[in-house]
Design a protein around this ligand. Sequence first.
Ligand code: FE
Length: 250
Amino acid sequence: MKFKAFHKLSYGLYIIATELYGKKFGYIGNTAFQVTSTPSQIIISSHKNNFTTSKILESKKFSISVLQKEVNTALIGVFGFMSGADIDKFNNIETTASVTGAPIITDSCVAWFDCRVVNSFDVGSHILILGEVIESDVISGEEPLTYDYYREKYKMLAPKNAPTYVDKTRLESETVPEPVVKTETEVKPEPEKASEDLSSYTCKICGFQYNPEEGDPALGIPPGTPFADLPDDYRCPICNAGKEYFGKND
Ligand code: FE
């Protein structure tokens, strides 16, 4: 069996959230899919160790906020790589609510669903939670983020609690056909700065890769900025770790 075949399944990325006794909980998930249209029902797959899972089962409600392609990566760091048991993920995050009261994230999101839990199914490591959509809306004309784009852009693997998690060494041992690259428009490479080290660096906490050729325009870091030239207070856009947590790639 080749695990890379699973990467050919198309997914989006969402913030799944709930509210219980006035507190908000949420995580980033790629598994949210519509299972019926009348009534409109969506299933999510949520890890049993995920702090939010038990809160959804108890509150019997959840929201799905659909992330946009050019996402504020701080959201992924907070909701994807930190636990609600350790921090309040919603600190400084703007939310709204609809019928159930589950928090809906407005930053970097294109649409949302407000759901009431109608059933759940134990599938081993995860629980499938079936929700009836009570309300939904489209809030932006931006393109939604796909899991494939996220993997390509950030060179990241799924966190351990994701249903799609596969061990990195297992993936690296698999040989599959290279992606087909279309060359309709020639992309001109940035002029190289001969004397500067343009090695990429990887965050040891979450696996984010800083690529000097791309820089980080969202943070005002232009393409061609070597890792050494990043400001001292530079932080990983995914998990917020400092520069000292980055290691040079071979
Ligand atoms: Fe990181």
